[in-house]
Design a binder for this molecule. Structure first.
Ligand code: NAG
Ligand code: NAG
Ligand code: NAG
Ligand code: NAG
Length: 441
């Protein structure tokens, strides 16, 4: 089960925006342009949750719109005659609405339209599912449980900021230092997964997850292709990492080992200092990108190391993703730092033959972007430890070695036994999110 290796060496890629813009279709806007458009448009957008796309079939009919009548009358008469033309007419939206390559599970999108936005004035549970389960089948095996707590909250909003704060399980009501190695964790009340992921009893080295954390998902809103903007302050504290993800809605290519793909929009290890050999793996290194295979999870990932001495979690930054049928581009504060393009025979062709867990034949039946050619939803959370993010033998502050080994059955136990070495570094352990928005291509 715990066979994964540590995340390998990341390559620092730092492309300028011009390189990215070059490949865009003429109609598309650059990330800079879209940010400008967004800042102009926010007045029309609801504070919380899904922005009503506002366009249904009736709106698209010729002659229903006043502007249309005055501007396009000759063309209307010439073209909107037969049934075929009428169908096409629905796609030439009146007003400023251009059809978009972004697809929604429900409704349709206009080019450049904000489809989803949350400024987190409150946490709207009609939009976000607050997850509650033990991620014991998650490929990263983080040493956490996700809990929807009513007191001692791991998830809250304050001053328009969403905060996800990891806590020690032993500090929650009903738990002590001893219960982590001898007790039971029952999350059935409010469980958002299967029963086997919501209840566990300690069995030898299989202790209770030492960290209680939070995770929310936008399962009411799933989309295919688009631009995502997340203004966030990443958590700091040894062995923590944020989850700012797109996850597959239907898992069309299967569920185990990332078969249907995950996109990490941005992550950085919480350690103020962390070296793997000569390489800086600390909070100064931003990394992310698409993941399709557990053994070869770094194949498509990119990284960007800060060189000014500060760390990503020191300040808020706007992390963004542009996901199209041709590419995946990652940017921070408008600067592109990661870019993935499929080969002619697809993204899967970029993986060497030893990456055996890829469902290659199923992926070949999809588009070149498969598995990233279906609807995905947003996930925000905080994880700790796990068996994929922190390379074995990496060295953190005060020359301390990572306290567990990824392949070991005692990984979580060793992490917990090391609590005294890392807890004091959890000075800013929470993920803070100012806003999230999704804009149509
Ligand atoms: C904003 O929300 C209100 C109340 O939920 C709704 O009536 C309105 O249509 C929404 N506006 C937009 C632009 O989605
Ligand atoms: C109407 O038809 C003309 C000629 O076929 C074409 O150039 C024009 O783009 C069409 N207009 C619309 C709105 O479809
Ligand atoms: C929560 O979201 C739902 C669905 O978008 C919306 O109808 C409702 O008005 C929102 N509530 C608040 C308090 O914003
Ligand atoms: C649990 O208790 C033991 C013995 O009292 C102590 O050595 C250890 O540091 C404690 N562990 C945690 C995580 O508090």
């Amino acid at each position: 089960m715990m066979a994964a290796r540590g995340f390998g060496r990341v390559i620092t890629i730092c492309l300028c925006v011009a390189v990215c813009v070059e490949g865009y279709r003429s109609r598309s806007t650059s990330l800079t342009d879209s940010l400008n458009i967004l800042s102009k448009n926010t007045g029309n957008i609801n504070n919380s949750g899904i922005v009503n796309s506002g366009f249904n079939e009736l709106d698209f009919r010729f002659g229903q719109n006043e502007d249309d009548k005055t501007n396009d009358e000759p063309e209307d008469k010439a073209n909107a005659t037969g049934p075929k033309q009428a169908a096409e007419a629905k796609l030439t939206f009146p007003g400023n609405c251009q059809p978009s390559r972004t697809k929604l599970r429900d409704g349709s999108a206009c080019s450049g339209q904000t489809l989803f936005e949350d400024n987190f004035d409150s946490l709207n549970e009609s939009v976000w599912q607050i997850e509650q389960y033990i991620p014991n089948t998650h490929p990263e095996h983080p040493f956490v449980s996700y809990q929807h707590l009513t007191t001692g909250q791991t998830i809250s909003t304050a001053g328009g900021i969403l905060q996800i704060t990891p806590k020690l399980q032993q500090d929650l009501p009903g738990f002590t230092n001893d219960t982590i190695t001898s007790g039971t964790l029952n999350l059935n009340s409010g469980c958002t997964s299967t029963e086997s992921r919501c209840e566990m009893t300690v069995d030898g080295a299989d202790i209770l997850p030492p960290v209680a954390s939070g995770r929310i998902t936008s399962k009411t809103f799933a989309f295919k292709y688009g631009k995502v903007y997340v203004r966030a302050k990443l958590p700091q504290g040894d062995w923590l990492y944020p989850e700012i993800l797109l996850e597959p809605f239907l898992k069309k290519y299967g569920s185990p080992h990332y078969s249907s793909g995950v996109i990490k929009i941005a992550t950085a290890r919480g350690n103020r200092q962390l070296y793997y050999g000569q390489d800086d793996y600390s909070n100064k290194l931003l990394y992310g990108g698409p993941i399709m295979d557990l053994d070869c999870r770094e194949t498509l990932l990119s990284g960007k190391l800060r060189s000014d001495g500060s760390a990503w979690g020191d300040n808020f930054h706007v992390y963004s993703l542009e996901w199209t049928p041709e590419h995946i581009v990652l940017a921070v504060d408008d600067e592109v730092w990661g870019r993935v393009k499929p080969r002619r025979s697809g993204l899967q062709a970029k993986f060497p033959s030893h990456c055996k867990r890829l469902p290659r034949s199923r992926l070949r039946a999809g588009s070149r972007m498969a598995p990233f050619d279906d609807h995905f939803y947003l996930t925000l959370g905080v994880a700790a430890g796990g068996i994929t993010e922190f390379p074995d033998d990496s060295i953190t502050s005060n020359n301390k070695r990572k306290p567990w080994r990824d392949g070991s059955r005692k990984a979580m136990l060793k992490f917990w036994r090391g609590t005294n070495s890392w807890l004091s570094t959890w000075k800013l352990p929470r993920l803070e999110i100012d806003y999230v928005k999704v804009v149509a291509l």
